[in-house]
Design a protein around this ligand. Structure first.
Ligand code: NAD
Length: 420
């Protein structure tokens, strides 16, 4: 891997910028600039045709000073240790910003799930859980859904984990994963939580800017869990979705694309390409589409030195993790494009993961109103802290978000000290 393609290098550049600016204690800086544990497992799985294939899975635990490790699992051919390390580190910052008692972790398996049957996916998920063994656990490290993983996969992971426990402990351990189906201990509102959080912070931004979302235009990259929910939840504000890109292609309709109808189409066709209510366009044209708000909600490194000059929007609201690299960031700042950074903007997912975890521990089941109102409070409070830090330190919002996170972590290290 070259330095240019290293996602962890992006994290390091962001971290160093904030740590320098806030004059972070050098000892705490040393601790936070490294991951704690990096687990790599190679495991065999029997395919439908009876052949055995080997898979490589990862779990990186960055930091647990604030609480148990928590973070998603990704199934994608590009998953590698560098990517997982970066994603795990962002989770530590995210939980600190949203102020929940979780640390940061991330994991994944390097393979293309689209090439496997549902039965193979189940065996791969279960065998990965078995290979991880006690490296995950309800009070230790709690996985959740991410790219190409969903509630069904979380249910298989939980079931496998519980099957490895002594019978008396099984019902005390449902919170080993979050993002589960409702019947298996999931929380109402978890499915839409990340997209909902994105829209809550966009609302706050619009209010602060005196910007009317009614009639505003927006574009979305990625129409999976995060992108499709963010798109659908923007609609009640009277905003108009005009362009969407996913792995199958990009589409445009300046009159507006109904996000609910598009979501139904994507469920059947597995992508936005060919959607009858819009015209196809290429990647450059998609990223160059003039709009008020762009919500990247797909993969990392989408807004770069090459593509950032193309953007013609007022606001980038990062639903995805790491969609903007540090060179892209610098160009957005220069162009005066405002940014709601990933570690603030998409923290709604981990917030509701925490709510699910709490409900499981207490054997409670909250109604959607309760989940949404608690999420709203978390997002607004995090937004205000980042906004105020940006003002106080006179910095861009990503750096301000880091400052909020690093201050919280630095305080806990100061209070607890380092053993022995
Ligand atoms: P998902 O698998 O549900 O959807 C991913 C979407 O991205 C799909 O529409 C896919 O077609 C599209 N995509 C993939 N590669 C692309 C490419 N090269 N160009 C354009 N589109 C592409 O995944 P998700 O859960 O919605 O996650 C999306 C992003 O949000 C990731 O960065 C993830 O880490 C982040 N995120 C997810 C959650 C969550 O709760 N699921 C929480 C926080 C952050």
């Amino acid at each position: 891997m070259t330095q240019e393609t290293s996602l962890y290098k992006n994290v390091t550049r962001q971290f160093d910028k904030a740590a320098d600016l806030m004059k972070l204690d050098p000892e705490i800086r040393k601790i936070l600039s490294q991951t704690t544990n990096e687990i790599v497992v190679n495991f065999p799985v029997k395919m439908d045709d009876g052949q055995i294939e080997m898979f490589t899975g990862y779990r990186v635990q960055h930091n647990n000073a604030l609480g148990p490790y928590e973070g998603g699992l990704r199934f994608h051919p590009a998953v590698n240790i560098d990517e997982v390390r970066a994603l795990a580190t962002w989770m530590t910052w995210k939980s600190a910003i949203i102020n929940i008692p979780f640390g940061g972790a991330k994991g994944g398996i390097q393979f293309d799930p689209a090439k496997h049957s549902t039965r193979e996916l189940e065996r791969i998920s279960r065998r990965f859980t078995f290979a991880l063994g006690n490296n995950i656990g309800p009070e230790y490290d709690i996985p959740a859904p991410d790219v190409n993983t969903n509630a069904q996969i979380m249910a298989w992971i939980m079931d496998t984990y519980l099957s490895m426990m002594p019978p008396l402990e099984r019902h005390r351990s449902h919170h080993v994963v979050t993002g589960k189906p409702i019947e298996s201990g999931g929380s109402l509102g978890r499915d839409k939580a990340t997209g909902q959080g994105v829209v809550y912070v966009i609302e706050q931004w619009a209010r602060d800017q005196g910007f009317d979302l009614q009639g505003a235009t927006y574009t979305v990259q990625g129409f999976g869990n995060v992108g499709s929910w963010a798109a659908r939840l923007m609609k009640p504000h009277g905003a108009r979705l005009i362009a969407v890109e996913d792995v199958t292609g990009a589409i445009l309709n300046r009159e507006g694309i109904d996000p609910g109808v598009l979501a139904d189409y994507v469920k059947v066709k597995r992508g936005v390409a060919g959607y009858p209510g819009a015209a196809p366009l290429d990647r450059r044209a998609f990223l160059s589409t003039p709009a008020d708000i762009f919500i990247p909600a797909a993969m990392e490194n989408q807004i770069t030195a090459e593509t950032a000059p193309w953007l013609k929007v007022k606001l980038v609201a990062e639903g995805a993790n790491g969609p903007t690299d540090p060179d892209g960031d610098a160009i957005l700042i220069e162009k005066g494009i405002q940014l709601l950074p990933d570690i603030l903007c998409n923290a709604g997912g981990v917030a509701v993961s925490y709510f699910e975890w709490l409900q499981n521990k207490r054997s409670e089941f909250w109604d959607l109103e309760e989940v949404d109102s608690k999420l709203y409070k978390k997002m607004v409070s995090a937004y205000e802290q980042v906004r105020d830090a940006a003002k106080a330190y006179n910095v861009d919002w990503r750096t301000a978000a880091y400052i909020v996170a690093l201050n919280r972590l630095a305080k806990t290290y100061k209070e607890r000290g380092i053993f022995p």
